[in-house]
Design a protein around this ligand. Structure first.
Ligand SMILES: Cc1cc2nc3c(=O)[nH]c(=O)nc-3n(C[C@H](O)[C@H](O)[C@H](O)COP(=O)(O)O)c2cc1C
Length: 548
């Protein structure tokens, strides 16, 4: 059955495509005076400075993607602060001349950071129970509401374990300021990156992040107090998703919340006023209309099963898991001569396969719908060419039928579900299709994430966003594993959509490329200076101190 909002999704999707002859609509220039602030503050709210980790969790790189055997840490404020420090906090500042900008543990298209995070915490050792906004600039929490002490108990009894809730939201204007109509896609990629960052960091404390897939957007809006917030015009936050962070022991974590918890959250008195982000925000009607068309209704709880595939053996990275997380950056240029060996290449792709009990994909956004069209440029032991990594085995027949009939589909030796489609030098094609960005051709390999699109979106328009979340999660995994293997990645949101589809022989909406990525040996820009993530707080900071 076709969702009545399916045509609206298709209209947005096609309209936000980049073509060789025409980019998707945007302002066409950057109005620097009007650039939205990348940090949300709540004025008149109680602020709590979070402590910084004294020592990072002692987890080696290989265990970043495996949680088994680690016992769950207690849900203290210090540990929760650690989770935020290794997922959504600042990672560094860069400066060039008079400009200075911060980077974060999670990446964002254009470094614009539309994603905001909220925590619904039970009573902890140091905090009242309630709703808090995470402010990454301050590494602090801003209290938005106090909840009754019973809330924590209700949540614990529902999930069968202690833990807390996290909600994510997007401020579209932060992205549309630069990217116009395509911004809605990027906001959702960024949500996926944030989910993967949270899921992987939660694993370091032996916790599991579970996406609460039964909740509707309306319920999340109420949980996060958005319905009781006076937003500035065009700067409202849109609810994306909520997750539960609990100890890993629970096998069948619920995917919704009981009525009594939703009611208690709806009754919380909301505090604080959102700051103004921009002098004169500009509306992008198609984004608001699309956001409306893909609003999620309440749905039945759904559990995904991925199976228990073992990881490909490889020498461990000299970096610990937290060191990999902290080191993640986007490459801005690559050494065009660099080569990756086949085992490093395979280890990177291997991490993108979902497995039961393994972060980040056991956050369970859903069954895998995205597969990787890989442009192999310089991988030792592999011919240059076009390859396909199938992220769910049952789709082989469907993709073979949909793609160009002359593709070889020759299985590549090894444990990965990787197929050679066609040999050849695709360096120029990859760069050209990526909005002429050299990083897609100078890399060791680059890729497009090809989604089974129509079959997913036609019956349920709200799943459009989830496809981009899955893409962002794959992107985050590639970033981290590339870093661990001594290489570096960059997410590529700017690519020409239909030329990619033409390359694989798809002319309808059955399969669509939703995100690209490239991995190579980075060339640093020597003009840039790096500053510590929280150098701006050092003198005033008293961890745990309350400020008004
Ligand atoms: C969804 C998404 C799309 C992106 N698209 C591009 C791109 O097309 N070209 C590019 O050079 N970087 C791209 N990036 C990288 C961002 O510019 C980068 O994440 C941001 O500047 C922050 O830097 P960092 O990743 O080093 O923290 C993208 C990142 C994301 C998350």
């Amino acid at each position: 059955m076709q969702d009545r909002n399916y045509p609206a999704v298709i209209e947005y999707h096609d309209r936000s495509k980049h073509h060789y002859h025409q980019y998707a609509r945007s302002a066409g220039r950057m109005d620097w005076e009007n650039q939205p602030i990348p940090f949300r503050f709540y004025d008149d709210s109680i602020r709590v400075s979070l402590p910084f980790l004294q020592t990072d969790p002692a987890v080696n790189h290989a265990h970043l993607f495996r949680r088994a055997g680690r016992s769950a840490a207690p849900f203290t404020l210090v540990n929760i602060a650690g989770l935020l420090e290794l997922s959504l906090a600042l990672s560094a500042w860069k400066s060039l001349g008079n400009s200075r900008w911060s980077l974060r543990i999670n990446p964002s298209s254009g470094n614009l950071h539309p994603t905001e995070a909220y925590l619904i915490l039970p009573e902890t050792d140091a905090l009242q129970p309630g709703l808090y906004h995470y402010n990454p600039l301050l590494h602090g929490l801003e209290r938005r509401a106090v909840a009754s002490p019973a809330l924590g108990e209700q949540i614990e009894s529902h999930f069968g374990t202690g833990g807390f809730l996290i909600g994510l939201s997007s401020i579209f204007w932060r992205e549309s300021w630069k990217y116009g109509e395509r911004a809605f896609r990027y906001c959702n990629h960024d949500v996926g990156h944030a989910v993967a960052a949270l899921s992987l960091a939660a694993g370091l404390w032996g916790w599991r992040f579970t996406f609460l897939n039964a909740l509707s957007d309306r319920q999340i809006e109420i949980m996060l107090g958005f319905d009781r917030t006076q937003w500035k015009r065009l700067e409202a936050e849109h609810p994306d998703l909520a997750g539960f962070v609990g100890s890993q022991e629970t096998a069948d974590t619920p995917r919704g919340l009981p009525e009594e918890v939703l009611q208690a959250l709806a009754e919380m008195k909301i505090e604080g006023r959102p700051n103004r982000l921009s002098r004169e925000p500009v509306g992008w009607e198609i984004i608001d209309d699309t956001a409306e068309a893909v609003r999620k209704p309440p749905t039945d709880e759904h559990r995904s099963r991925y199976g228990r595939r073992s990881f490909i053996d490889q020498p461990d990275s000299p970096l610990s898991a937290p060191a990999v997380i902290r080191a993640r950056r986007s490459a801005i240029a690559f050494d065009p001569q660099a080569v990756i060996d086949s085992s490093g290449f395979q280890a990177i792709l291997d991490k993108t396969l979902p497995r039961d009990g393994c972060p980040p994909f056991d956050a369970q956004i859903g069954q895998p719908c995205l597969h990787l069209l890989v442009f192999v440029h310089r991988v030792q032991g592999l011919q240059q060419g076009l390859y396909f990594l199938l992220r769910s085995a049952d789709k082989l027949q469907a993709v073979r039928e949909a793609f160009r009939p002359h593709f070889d589909w020759q299985p590549v030796e090894g444990a990965l579900p990787l197929y050679l489609l066609q040999t050849g030098d695709f360096r120029q094609d990859a760069a050209r299709m990526s909005c002429h960005q050299e990083i897609a051709g100078d890399s060791t390999f680059s890729l497009g994430m090809i989604a089974e699109f129509d079959a997913v979106v036609r019956p349920a328009a709200y799943r459009y966003r989830q496809l981009f979340w899955e893409a962002g999660m794959i992107g985050q995994t590639l970033y981290l594993e590339a870093e661990a293997q001594g290489f570096r990645g960059t997410g590529i949101g700017c690519y020409f959509d239909d030329p990619v589809h033409e390359l694989i022989g798809v002319s309808d909406h059955s399969w669509q490329s939703l995100y690209h990525f490239t991995v190579g040996r980075p060339v640093e820009d020597p003009r840039l200076t790096t500053l510590a993530a929280y150098h701006h707080l050092e003198s005033s900071r008293q961890p745990g101190r309350r400020e008004k």
